[in-house]
Each structure stands twice: as C-alpha cells, then as structure tokens.
Design a protein around this ligand. Structure first.
Ligand code: B3K
Ligand code: ZN
Length: 879
C-alpha cells in the first residue's frame, strides 16, 4: 500500500526506454509460501536515447536476494533500491544482468502478479503485475524473447505452463520436476504467464487455412473437462472467423487456456496461454444460462482476437490502451453479430454503452478514449476505453466502408507487426487506406464527453425540399471545459406517413438510395434533401451510427410509424424505447401532481401489436417487449428520482401484465414446450420470450401463477429457465420464494459459479429488508473475501443493480458499501476501486442523497493507507 497523494502519470511525459531487454531467461522455483525467481536479462542501451545512462527497473512487494552484472555480484553501493524501483546508474552499453528475488504467492491477495487460486499457482501481469515477480522495465514498449524454466513439486504441481512452446523437461531428485518453455515471439512483460497445478485438460484441434494443425488445450480443475466443450467450440469459431473476416491466422502450434476460480476480471490474453475466470469457460445446460453461454463465446473470442490486436501489435504505453481494447471489442462485437443475431447484438452493445459509458462521461472519472493522465492504470480499464473505443472504430468502418476499413487493418498489421505502437499509428493506417484526412475525426480520441445532437426539420412541400438542421453540443468534462466539434456520421432514411422509405437525393450527390450518411463536421449544419414528394419522418442515427445522444422532437405518431415500418431494426427498437421512456416520465409527473395513474389505451394497444407479431427473431421480440429498466429511466433524468421511477415502472409493468394477461399466458404456454435444452439462436429466442412472459405474469401474481413459476423453477432441465423463475420469485414476498431459494442452495452449494447466482439474486431483490439480508450474506460460511466473483455477486450487485435499496434515504446502503470498500482495500485494491463507482455518481441525485454519498466518500478518503486505486477514484469524486 502507498502513502497518500500518489503521483499522476502524464502522456506528455512519455519517453522511450533508455535500455532494451532483448532476452529474458526466467528460472522460477515455485512454492506457494516462498517462490524464488532468478531472472537473467540480455540488456542493451536504446540507441535512440543515448543521453540516458540509468537503468530503471520496477519492482513491487519483492525481496531482492542477489544481483550480478556480467557475472559479478553488485553491492548496495552499485545500485539504488527503493520501495518500487531498482536503479543502476551508468550501466554499460550492453550487458547481462542476473537478479534473484523472492516473495510469497500465498500472501498475495491482490490477485496481481503470481498468486494462489485454490491450489493453483497462476499469474496476472497486465498492466503492472510482472514487477511483483521480478525487477524489470515493466512497460509495454520493452519487448523481449522469453525463456522460462519452472521447478516445482511434482505431486502438488504436475502441470507446469508458460508462454510459447515446451522445449524441455525433466525430473529432479527431491520429488520435484522441471519444464522449460520458450516463446518465439517478442512480447511486453504484461503478456507473460505462468501456471502450475493439478489440472485436467480438455483438448481439441484446429486446422488453419494454411493447413497447419493447432492443438487447443483448456486446463481446468480435474472433473471439469466435460464442461469445456462450448469454450472449445467458441475458440474454433473465433479462429475461423478471424481468418475469413480479417485474414488473421494463429501463429503457434498450441493454444492454451487455463480456468481459475479467483480472478480480478474476465480473462487475460497472455501469449499462447490465456488465463480465464472460470465463469467464462465452464458450461453445461444445468449450470450455465443462455447469457453465460453468450458471454463465454464473446470472452473466448475477445482474448483470441487479442493475439493480433494487442499481442502481435501492442501498445507503446498505457495511454494507448484503447488501441488494443477498443479495437478488440469491435472485433468481438462483429464476431458475435455474425455468430448469433446481428440485430440483437447491436441493441445489447448500445444498451451497455448507454447504461455504463454515458454515465461515466457525465461523472468525475470522465476521460477521453486516449486519456492524458492517470494515477493508477488499472482504473482505466473502463467502458470508455473499451466500449466507446469500439464505437469510434465502428464509425471509421461506417464512414470508410467495410472494404476500405479492412484495407486499413491490413496496412496497420503490415506496418506494425512486432511493434509497440500508438492510436495515431492506427489512424494513419486508416488514412493510408482511404486517402482521407482524419484530422477532425481524431477528436474522438482526445475529447471526453458524450456529444448531444439536437436535430430539427423543415419540409418545404411546394419545392419538395426537406431540410435537417443538426446542432452538436458536448458538455464540459473534468479538465476539458470547451470542446471542438466532432466529425459525426449520422446515418439517415426518410419514411412517408405510410412507412414507405423515400428515395434520397442529398444536394451535391447524384446517388439515389434510401439511406445516406450525413457527415457532420460543424457545430451547426444543415442537410438538404430534394425531390421529397411527401411529408417525411426521419429515421436518424440508424444502427446507432455514432455514440451520441440524439434529440429530435418526434411525435407519438412518428414513433409509431417507425416502430411499425422502419427498415433498421435498431431504430424500430429505439422507437419503442422512446415511446416507453416518455410515457413513464410523463406518468411520474402526473403522479407527482396527485393525478390517478392510468395507462393510455393507445399505448396498451401499440404494445399489444408487438406482442402479436411473432414471425420474427424471438430474441429481438423479447427485447422489444422488455420495458426500459430503472437504470434506463434514470439515464433520462437530470436528477434521478429513485422512488418514483421504481413505483411507476412497477405500475406500468403490472398494468401490462393485467390487461394483457391472456396474451402473456398464451405465449408462455406456446413456448414452454419442455423440449430438451439446446443452445442455438432459435431456442434462445423461445426461452427469452417465454421468460419475459413469465416475468410479466409474475408482476401481478395470483396463487396459480406463483405455483406455475415454482413449477418452472423445479422442473426445468436447464439453468436459464430455472433461474428466470427464481428471479421472479425472489421479487415477491411469498412462501414459494423461501422454498425455491432453499432448494437452490441445497442443490448448488458446492458449485461456486452457480452459488454466485444464489447470492446475487438475493442481493438484487427489491424487498425492503434486502440490506439486512445482504449483511447476513457477507457473514455466510460460503462468502469469501478473496474471491472476486463472490464479492461482486453480493456487494457489487447490491450497489449497482439494486437502486431502490442501495439508495435508501437513511443512507444505510451507502454506509454499508463504504465499510466494505475500506475492508476490501487492504486485500484487493483493484476490486475495491471498482466498487466505489456507485458512490461517485452523486451529482445526479437529490441533495439529501448527495450529502449522504459524499459523507461516505470523505470517510473512505480519510482512511489511512488507502491504495492508489481507491485513492484515485475517491479523490477525483469527492470534490
Ligand atoms: N487485457 C485484459 C484486461 C487486463 C486488466 C488489468 N487490470 C483482458 C481483456 O481486456 O481482454
Ligand atoms: Zn481486451
């Protein structure tokens, strides 16, 4: 842990490394209590930085045993050793450096560096974990060739893995064995990995386009091999897809993945040896939901795609993080769209952006896709770097067209393979492919904040001319008070009142099409369309063509036409969302003025219309039928009114449940067909529709409906249906709820990933005693502070997904969260820092809540020995 006021790191201070490490030879004598690492570095001066003479190596929580330069031991007079650095002044031009360090993996509860997960020893080095293993220039622009020898007890650790190829192994006398791995590719230290343990292995193989056979190996706790089939299939799909879509093949003979239980995030793309949170590997219908299957496919593909976007071409420094993360999320989204349903995938991606990234852009942690500064880099693995970064890439593809974009990618790989580069290098590759000047587009990388796009229209029927006036405004964000206009691609179509698309002729263009891209470059700009012979309704920002907030004064009639006829599936869904958001906000106002609540007939009728159109993708239909969540609604309000949102949302859902009860029941019966579980788009669609019907029915539950729900819970052959029923029951105070929760616990108490769901469901309940329940849950024998999945399933879920209880006006929810953050910060700062987020959103709440939230932020702030992680978030948020 650090003392207070840690340093800020600035992009403008970037300097190339003074020394390069060509080779690193690691010798790791593993022991859970005391591991010794001998690291031999082949070092030379960076010819580009001749005037810098000191070799600076980072280290963290290490004991230095020995250091030798060209075989001669150094004495403390030859170097400076501080808490975090080992500096050798006046190092020679070229030399070999041997360093021996030691540390205890068992005591490492940060899950950063080398640590124990159960009985498995494993590593996490991104961003700065390698310095917890040995002293090293721990920065991504130092790329080296790694050879790793691992020595360990053979019985405890029969499997010993590292990056690259196994080149040798042997037995030692004292019950130990050793292996030697060599990675033929240069890599930065953040991609180093090592795993040791008693592991089972599920194997498969993949033949590349060039005819090479790659062995695929997924290592798991023995007994879990049978639950890796879907992960392996997803990996093969991802490998094939990257060959076809981007011409990228795999480059080693083996691709290894290890699943561990204790992991700070989803997974890690270490070269040739991914390490995964077991949650994103293990699946069978009884333990994993449809959503779990979707996540597994996405995360497996994401880490695989990093092999090119991240590993082969890596980042020069951590300010460039979105270079690999934004681009890889974009590739992941495209892959998932091709595997499952493009229309559903797009809606899910945009919802995540709106629910998580837009609020970040409005809060104290707002930062550009390429930040200018940070205190703790781990705090910058954000939805802005990832999701907004992906949207920025998507805009390039939209404007350049798929083929030119692909050429840009080819140029990027050809120019930079094997190097550590910048976002600027990426944009230049796109410029080279397209011949376009992307100067203004670069502002998406440097300016934070979500632009608001105000659109108005004018139809001149006499001259058949239609004009759209667009105005962009980007609110100030920390350190950036005024913004230059962005280049915003706004995809548009026009529909007549009957819903027919109109041919477009933008002035200056000869093309006639029904869809065009308006490239907005000014703060205010008009676009004219000629020969528009009937009154048009604009469908704007089609497929969500830019990460902005669109404001257009649609009438309800306009929205109903778009809901029924828009040819863009995203905007059809968007029309429904807009209708519902508006209606709920209006009912909130009416309720405030004391009027009796009543759902307008036109709305129920329109809703019922969607309910009856079932000749479409059922997963998409389920999305159409889901009301905006409390969080969606909160997003629409300047000041969030927690209780009114909760009350009116519940009212609308209950009304729709009651008035359309027969239709819901009919849907439920039609799709509750008891067919054996299958995971494919059609079956997933049927289950989503059935379960949304169930959730409406349970919004106004009779005895009979509760029994039906309980029956689904008990009889389901799969976790999706069983859990959907349990979620419904958990929101109702009834005997069936208790019965189901107990049954679930009895059945799954020894399956950690399933037990996480049991914890989460209770933490998410809207019932009024939930905070008390949550306090009990963190003292439950199965609660475990060291396991991030478990911590998130209780504390994270309560604080992030249970607004009505977390924001209780007595402030108890906030105090509870602060207590847990303070406690956890001593164990795992990365996870503790993530939990701070709900408290940082105080500006959007009513004054009473603001005061209560700030009080807790100050309390955390005044805790001695805060980690850099928590310090950064809390100090930036409490002002
Ligand atoms: N690159 C890792 C994230 C590392 C996070 C470090 N705090 C996983 C991913 O984005 O694929
Ligand atoms: Zn990633």
């Amino acid at each position: 842990m650090e003392a207070k006021s840690p340093n800020t790191i600035y992009l403008k201070d970037y300097k190339e490394p003074a020394f390069l490490v060509n080779t690193i030879d690691l010798n790791v004598a593993l022991d859970a209590d005391l591991t010794k690492v001998k690291s031999t570095l082949g070092i030379m001066r960076n010819p580009k930085m001749p005037e810098q003479k000191s070799l600076v190596l980072q280290g963290d929580a290490l004991t230095l045993n020995e250091i030798q330069l060209n075989g001669t031991p150094l004495t403390p007079a030859d170097y400076t050793l501080s808490n975090n650095e080992l500096i050798i002044k006046d190092a020679p031009e070229e030399f070999s450096l041997m360093i021996e360090t030691q540390f205890s993996p068992r005591e490492n509860t940060t899950l950063n560096g080398l640590y124990l997960s159960g009985d498995i020893l494993c590593t996490q080095c991104e961003a700065e974990g390698f310095r917890r293993i040995t002293y090293f220039p721990d920065r991504p622009d130092v790329m080296s060739l790694y050879t790793t020898t691992i020595i360990a007890d053979k019985q405890k650790y029969p499997v010993l893995l590292s990056n690259g190829n196994l080149i040798d192994s042997g037995l030692l006398g004292d019950g130990k064995h050793w292996v030697k791995w060599q990675d033929p590719y240069r890599k930065p230290s953040y991609l180093f990995a090592l795993v040791a343990g008693n592991l089972g292995c599920a194997e498969d193989s993949f033949v590349t386009r060039s005819g090479r056979s790659v062995a695929l190996k997924v290592y798991v706790e023995p007994g879990n091999e049978v639950n890796c089939t879907y992960a392996l299939q997803s990996l093969k799909n991802a490998m094939r897809w990257d060959e076809l879509r981007f011409g990228r093949g795999y480059d080693l003979d083996t691709y290894m993945i290890v699943a561990v239980s204790d992991f700070n995030m989803g997974a890690m793309e270490n070269k040739g040896l991914n390490i995964f949170n077991a949650k994103y590997i293990l699946a069978n219908p009884a333990i994993a939901t449809d959503q779990d299957y979707e996540f597994i496919e996405a995360v497996i593909a994401h880490e695989y795609f990093h092999n090119w976007t991240g590993n082969r071409v890596t980042c020069r420094d951590w300010f460039q993080l979105s270079l690999k993360e934004g681009l890889t999320i974009f590739r992941e989204h495209e892959f998932c769209a091709d595997q499952q349903s493009r229309e559903v995938e797009r809606i899910k991606n945009v919802r995540k952006l709106r629910l998580e990234q837009f609020p970040q852009d409005e809060g104290p942690m707002a930062h550009p896709v390429r930040p200018d500064s940070y205190i703790e880099i781990n705090n910058f693995y954000t939805v802005t770097i990832y999701e907004k970064g992906a949207e920025v890439i998507r805009m390039l593809q939209t404007m350049l067209g798929r083929d030119t974009f692909r050429q840009g990618m080819d140029i990027y790989f050809a120019r930079h393979d094997g190097h550590a580069v910048t976002i600027e290098d990426f944009v230049q590759a796109m410029e080279a492919a397209s011949g376009r000047d992307l100067t203004q587009f670069r502002r998406w990388y440097t300016q934070a904040g979500t632009p608001e796009l105000y659109v108005t229209s004018n139809y001149d029927s006499a001259n058949c001319r239609y004009t759209l006036r667009l105005e962009q405004v980007c609110p100030p964000t920390p350190m950036q008070t005024s913004k230059e206009p962005f280049l915003i691609p706004v995809t548009v179509s026009l529909f007549d009142l009957m819903g027919q698309p109109l041919p477009l002729q933008m002035s200056g263009s000869l093309n006639e099409a029904t869809e065009q891209i308006m490239e907005m470059t000014q703060s205010v700009q008009e676009f004219q369309f000629n020969n528009i012979t009937s009154y048009p309704i604009p469908s704007l920002l089609r497929d969500f063509s830019a990460p902005v907030k669109l404001r257009y004064p649609y009438t309800t009639q306009d929205l109903l036409v778009l809901m029924r006829h828009d040819t863009d599936s995203f905007n059809r869904w968007e029309a429904v969302q807009t209708i519902e958001n508006r209606l709920i906000l209006q009912l909130i106002d009416e309720d405030k003025s004391g009027a009796a609540l009543c759902l307008p007939v036109w709305f129920t009728d329109a809703f019922a219309e969607n309910l009856s159109v079932r000749n479409q993708n059922l997963q998409y239909l389920a999305l159409l039928l889901a009301l905006p969540s409390d969080k969606d609604l909160a997003n629409e309000m300047t000041i969030i009114l927690v209780e009114p949102i909760f009350k009116i949302h519940k009212f609308v859902k209950r009304e729709l449940a009651t008035q359309l009860k027969d239709q819901w029941m009919a849907i439920y019966k039609e799709y509750n067909d008891n067919k054996p579980y299958q995971f494919n788009a059609i079956a997933v669609g049927q289950r989503s529709l059935k379960n949304i019907a169930l959730s409406y029915l349970m919004a106004n539950p009779t005895d009979e409906i509760r029994q039906l729900c309980l029956r689904q819970f008990v009889n389901a052959d799969n976790m999706t249906d069983s859990l959907a029923a349990l979620v419904c029951l958990s929101q109702v105070d009834c005997p069936e709820r208790v019965e189901a929760l107990n049954k679930f616990y009895d059945k799954w108490q020894n399956e950690p990933l399933v037990l996480d769901k049991w914890f989460a469901i209770q933490a998410q309940s809207h019932l009024p005693n939930t905070l008390e329940v949550v306090k009990q849950l963190i003292t439950h024998p199965k609660f475990n502070w060291i396991n991030p999945n478990r911590v998130r399933s209780v504390i994270g879920v309560f604080a992030m997904l249970n607004d009505i209880n977390f924001h209780a006006l007595n402030g108890d929810g906030y105090a509870f969260l602060a207590d847990q953050i303070i406690h956890l910060d001593n164990l795992n700062p990365q996870v503790a820092a993530r939990l701070c987020e709900p408290l940082t959103r105080w500006r959007r709440h009513i004054p009473e809540r603001q005061a209560l939230m700030k009080k807790q932020l100050f309390r955390i702030m005044s805790t001695p020995n805060l980690s850099r992680d928590v310090y950064e978030i809390v100090s930036k948020s409490s002002g």
